[in-house]
Design a protein around this ligand. Structure first.
Ligand SMILES: Nc1ncnc2c1ncn2[C@@H]1O[C@H](COP(=O)(O)OP(=O)(O)OP(=O)(O)O)[C@@H](O)[C@H]1O
Length: 278
């Protein structure tokens, strides 16, 4: 027995170890991604069916084995249908990761002015505790989302942004979509995240901001109506209690990325709270 094990071990090559390591890393990351999502229960179900299929085969229970193996085929089709949004999101994410983040080509002076206008509006809304949700489009087009609201196509100004979110006015409910130096639309409906690991105090405004950031490379800015706190959402992650200096810096980077992609930057700034838990 020991001879058998020794002979097997001696036949293992470096490339086999690399192969195993890569698969282990992939499986580990897949488990991390699935944890807390609705795919977790489904994965458990699939693993159970696979185990039962093997058991029924070795026990020669042919009818049960036939049913279970057909169930797996059906299950694969069902997965493609049920998880179509997640699969689309994943593929979009891979597509985005392969391309370097571009600026908006507006020039440093214009970029600074825009970042200042948006920051000033957010600061004012925050001080007055007026709820707001602003989404800045980057490479992923947000036209479908903009179509759910009221088209504006106006230059960005602090005054206009503040005005849009004044309570009980026609456009205050929903999100503003910004593309480059223009406010494309207001009162837009965003997709909500179904992340179950978020802090309980995050309501639908914050969940909508996270939802759109999962489906696109946009940056969302949220002002809480309850506390006036400013947060940003990007790549499905929320950073809470952002101060105005940091916000202006983030906006500068969105419009004119200088050093590195924003996700690295956010980690450097600190205060990144991926689950949004305090
Ligand atoms: N899917 C959505 N798309 C865009 N805006 C939304 C969406 N869902 C909710 N909102 C906005 O959020 C408001 C409700 O906010 P809610 O109080 O539930 O969220 P919250 O995250 O607790 O924020 P706050 O701290 O401001 O209370 C709505 O009136 C609407 O303006």
């Amino acid at each position: 027995m020991t001879e058998f094990i020794a002979s097997r071990l001696s036949s293992i090559r470096i490339r086999d170890l690399v192969d195993i390591l890569i698969v282990a890393v992939l499986v580990y990351n897949l488990i991390k991604i699935l944890r807390g999502t609705r795919a977790e229960q489904l994965s458990k179900g699939i693993i159970l069916i696979l185990v039962l299929t093997q058991i029924s085969e070795s026990l020669e229970l042919y009818t049960i084995n036939w049913i279970l193996s057909h169930l797996i085929t059906l299950g694969m089709v069902a997965i493609l249908i049920v998880f179509q949004p997640e699969l689309r999101r994943g593929l979009e994410f891979i597509g985005r990761s392969s391309s370097f983040r571009k600026g908006m080509g507006l020039g440093a002076k214009r970029t600074n002015a825009l970042a200042t206008e948006i920051t000033s509006a957010v600061g004012s809304l925050s001080r007055q505790k007026i709820g707001a949700l602003i989404v800045i489009e980057r490479q992923t087009g947000l036209s479908e989302i903009a179509d759910t609201g009221t088209a504006l196509d106006s230059f960005i100004s602090s005054g206009l942004l503040i005005n849009i979110f004044i309570p009980n006015t026609p456009l205050h409910d929903g999100a503003v979509i910004i593309r480059g130096d223009r406010i494309v639309a207001a009162a837009c409906f965003l997709p909500l995240t179904d992340n179950r690991n978020l802090a309980k105090d995050l309501g639908t405004r914050h969940r909508a901001a996270i939802g759109v950031s999962e489906r696109s490379d946009s940056l969302s800015i949220i002002v809480s109506e309850e506390t006036g706190a400013i947060s940003t959402a990007e790549n499905g992650k929320i950073s809470r209690h952002i101060d105005l200096t940091t916000l202006e810096y983030i906006l500068d980077q969105v419009y004119e990325p200088k050093v590195q992609p924003l996700e690295n930057l956010m980690d450097k700034i600190g205060g990144t709270d991926h689950e949004g838990k305090d």
